[in-house]
Design a protein around this ligand. Structure first.
Ligand SMILES: Nc1ncnc2c1ncn2[C@@H]1O[C@H](COP(=O)(O)OP(=O)(O)O)[C@@H](O)[C@H]1O
Ligand SMILES: [Mg+2]
Length: 430
């Protein structure tokens, strides 16, 4: 086997396998040096990146690409960012395709190019739906589910936005629809988005178990994961992860014949069917993401036929509700041991906000003693184990929202010492 030519003439670059006295190429004497392979150089590493003081770094003033929906912009952090990859998850039928068609319409209206990759439905079906929703006919469709040809097409066309409906239909390396294929397709499309600057939205179906088929495995690859969920009459878009915006932010929509309509005033929408003068109903001032929202907490207590009474919670953190129930027993002196207790956030909304603790305590108390709270009262506060009412984030903004929604009386931390105090002031005490 020939030895590698690792001796180089420093004068002319001539290479040879062994050192020579005189270079046969340029005639220089004693000019050969041995080349040391990179890996063998003592401590040789790839050149490190430059260290930059923070003050010398220019802020990435990324341009935002508005979705055309203020509710969706709120959730995405002010619109999409060029090269961003978004996973849009949700159960079948919740409205993922509808939402994307409507966002496409708004991008097209601003002269942006949008390519819709149709894996789930035929172009004919999409056209039918697009006509019902009144989507701009400039929308371009492609029925290409093979990963490689799709990548080549996107590389050549470079549209402003690419909507892949769905990621589970893309045929990549790995068994069709398998986690491996979904992950490979996502990684390849992510590289493409970064290279071309196209915004790529991947639709991902959530299975019954609550995971997008594969999505838990691709959440770390994408820049943002948004979930569309049903909340009673409404659809809620929620950011679960977001490299370019807030997490836990929510946008509220209503599904109508002509498509998704933004709910500009969620407090009013969620309180629309609130019963008045009924025990167990309390308006809490919640924080959903960054937005204050008035939500009705409902409690019902009924004599239990079971040795271990039921505790059924919907829309709230069950562990916080457990604490609230213990506070009602120990600090407010009500016996719950023989009662089944149901606690709901009315309207199907889901919020994990400790600021709703006080509403839960008062709702349970009111349900047990069978006395309603005044209808113009809204409450907010975290409740501690000693029954103390603790402060909450964004109190000022919450109070403003309550005032805006017409609640003239508010129980809030700072004005209250304890839950006993709250019960007195809410005029439900026995
Ligand atoms: N012709 C129609 N008229 C009114 N509503 C419709 C029509 N077709 C579908 N829908 C509604 O739109 C909803 C959302 O559908 P879709 O956007 O396809 O959901 P996803 O893509 O999440 O599966 C469906 O649940 C359905 O109730
Ligand atoms: Mg769909």
């Amino acid at each position: 086997m020939a030895r590698p030519a690792r001796f180089v003439c420093v004068e002319c670059g001539y290479r040879t396998a062994k050192p020579l006295g005189r270079c046969p190429s340029c005639g220089a004497w004693g000019s050969f040096k041995e080349e040391v392979p990179e890996a063998k150089k003592a401590g040789a590493r790839a050149a490190p990146a430059e260290v930059i003081p923070l003050k010398a770094v220019s802020e990435a003033a990324e341009e935002r690409i508005s979705t055309g929906f203020s509710e969706a912009d709120r959730v995405s952090g002010g619109g999409f960012v060029a090269g961003e990859v978004v996973l849009l998850g949700g159960e079948p039928g919740v409205g993922k395709s509808t939402l994307l068609l409507e966002i496409a319409d708004r991008l097209l209206a601003r002269g942006e190019r949008v390519l819709y990759v149709a894996g789930e439905e035929s172009p004919g079906q999409i056209k039918q739906r697009a006509r019902r929703l009144g989507v701009n006919e400039a929308l371009e469709l492609v029925r290409e589910t093979r990963l490689e040809p799709l990548l080549a097409l996107l590389e050549a066309e470079r549209p402003r936005a690419v909507f892949v409906d769905s990621i589970q239909t893309i045929e990549a390396e790995g068994a069709p629809g398998s986690l491996v294929a979904v992950r490979n397709a996502t990684q390849a499309l992510t590289r493409l988005a970064k290279a071309t600057g196209s915004v790529v939205v991947l639709v991902g179906h959530v299975t019954k178990e609550g995971t997008v088929a594969g999505p838990k495995t691709i959440e770390h690859v994408v820049d943002a994961t948004l979930y569309l969920e049903t909340a009673g009459l409404f659809r809620v878009l929620r950011s679960q992860k977001n490299r370019f915006g807030p997490v836990g932010e929510v946008g509220v929509f209503r599904m109508e014949d002509r498509g998704l309509v933004e709910v500009r005033n969620p407090s009013e929408a969620f309180l629309a069917e609130r019963p008045v003068g009924v025990p167990g109903s309390v308006v809490g001032i919640a924080l959903a993401g960054e937005r204050p929202m008035l939500l009705e907490v409902q409690a019902l207590a009924a004599r239990s036929p079971y040795a271990a009474p039921k505790r059924v919670v919907q829309g709230l953190d069950p562990r916080r509700v457990d604490v609230a129930l213990a506070v009602v027993e120990r600090r407010l002196g009500l016996k719950l041991g023989q009662l089944d207790v149901y606690v709901n956030l009315a309207g199907g909304m889901r919020v994990a906000d400790p600021g709703l603790d006080l509403a839960v305590v008062l709702a349970v108390y009111s349900a047990v003693v069978q006395r309603p709270l005044p209808e113009d009262l809204a409450v907010v506060g975290e409740v501690g184990l000693a029954g103390e009412v603790r402060s909450v984030p964004a109190l000022e903004r919450r109070l403003l929202e309550a005032e805006r929604a017409g609640f003239t009386r508010v129980l809030a931390p700072g004005r209250l010492g304890s839950v006993e105090d709250a019960v007195q002031k809410a005029r439900v005490s026995r």
